[in-house]
Ligand binder design. Structure first.
Ligand code: NDP
Ligand code: MG
Length: 379
């Protein structure tokens, strides 16, 4: 029986993870659940899965949580970090959206936990801290992001013969849209992802291709490959979840239906595989699989993220935080779609990178970037 904590249990990944647990009651036990502010759903989850600990980050939601739950309850970043490092938890799934995932990920890794990592932003901002920390505490990081789960599965034991990682991207809802129309797209259009049903932030990131930029940085940290060894390829069918090219010219790819319960369950079952209730791929009726290069003129977020990754230090945290703010402003109607990347670029241009930052310097850079981005957008 694996004892599990889920940080971000009320979101898209969190709810799907609980569905996987629901189908594997003899293998997985929920110990702790945490969310941002949705105390009502969190309390329902606590009751269904008989969780022993629950926490919310939002102070206004705590009263409701405490009122509805009989288990241990807590509020704030430290309470959530406590749940991520509990003695009797084996596996922590970090399914928080955005930079809010940095601290619980860091704490879970520091405590030597096995970490199922959906939250890519924590590695983007703090990968240079988290990966060496995992090495020293013996923490295993199991990627949940579908591309990285795919690469992880293709790599098993053959890391030293990798020549290239091919990161697939659906291309998002605006893959074929003319550049002149991109400035006019609405949040509703951008939220209509052709393949995946996800939280709002990652859905907008998928439309700008910033998501793929974040994933390049995530892959760089997870698999210790240089940026020159990672190539993004547009694959609209989202059937090949990514590939590894080896020195001998062999390619290994991972295929499956686009259903996040597959990579979530793999992080839970690793190193085993369990039967799944997700739909199966039917190769007889699949038809063509297409691959093409991304258009970096229409989707400059990809290059911008790569530049931040290459710069390293505090720059990726700044890029990530500015993007979170800009995406939020776009969703509120305060910024146009193409304004997202312009705002991120402007914030990056005003940042003096600190090399080899510690956690507090990363969090300070994140806070600075948020404030700067709001200021630039208001101007
Ligand atoms: P959602 O927005 O759907 O869910 C986010 C979750 O995090 C919610 O449970 C939310 O709680 C919680 N949360 C927000 N802020 C905090 C905080 N400060 N402390 C604790 N919990 C918090 O996001 P997704 O599930 O779509 O994405 C989660 C992560 O997984 C992201 O990093 C994303 O990039 C990654 N990912 C997601 C995929 C997907 O298919 N959704 C695919 C691949 C990666 P509340 O409900 O109370 O606000
Ligand atoms: Mg992904």
């Amino acid at each position: 029986m694996k004892r599990v904590a889920i940080i971000g249990s009320t979101g898209s990944i969190g709810v799907q993870a609980l569905d996987v647990i629901r189908h594997n009651p003899d293998k997985l036990k929920v110990v702790a659940l945490a969310a941002g502010s949705n105390a009502r759903l969190l309390a329902e989850q606590v009751a269904e899965f008989k969780a022993e600990y629950a926490a919310v980050s939002d102070s206004a939601s705590y009263r409701e949580l405490n009122h509805r739950c009989e288990c241990w309850t807590g509020q704030g970043m430290e309470a959530i970090a406590f749940l991520a490092s509990l003695e009797d938890v084996d596996l922590v799934l970090v399914a928080v959206s955005g930079a809010a995932g940095i601290y619980p990920t860091y704490k879970a890794v520091a405590a030597g936990k096995t970490v199922g990592l959906a939250n890519k932003e924590s590695l983007v901002a703090a990968g240079d801290l988290i990966m060496p920390l995992a090495e020293s505490t013996g923490s295993t990081i199991l990627p949940v992001d579908s591309e990285h789960s795919a690469i992880f599965q293709c790599l098993q034991g053959e890391e030293k013969w990798v020549s290239r990682i091919w990161l697939t991207a659906s291309g998002g809802p605006f893959r074929e849209m003319e550049a002149s129309r991109l400035g006019l797209v609405t949040p509703e259009e951008a939220l209509r992802h052709p393949r995946w049903n996800m939280g709002k932030k990652i859905t907008i990131d998928s439309a700008t291709l910033m998501n793929k930029g974040l994933e390049v940085i995530e892959a760089h940290h997870l698999f210790a490959v240089s940026y020159d060894q990672i190539t993004v390829v547009i694959h609209p069918q989202s059937v090949v979840h990514s590939l590894v090219e080896f020195v001998d010219g062999s390619f290994l790819g991972h295929l499956g239906v686009p259903d996040m319960r597959i990579p979530i369950q793999y992080a839970f079952s690793y190193p085993e595989r369990w039967g799944a209730s997700a739909e199966r791929l039917d190769l007889l009726h699949l038809g063509a699989l297409d691959f093409s290069p991304p258009d970096i003129n229409r989707f400059p977020a990809l290059e911008l993220a790569l530049a931040a990754g290459r710069q390293s230090g505090t720059m990726p945290a700044v890029m990530n935080a500015a993007n979170e703010i800009a995406v939020g402003c776009f969703l509120e109607g305060a910024l146009g779609f193409t304004g997202i990347v312009s705002a991120v670029e402007k914030v990056m241009g005003h940042h003096q990178t600190i090399k080899n930052p510690d956690l507090s310097e990363i969090l300070a850079a994140d806070a600075w970037a948020r404030e700067a981005c709001i200021r630039f957008i208001k101007e």
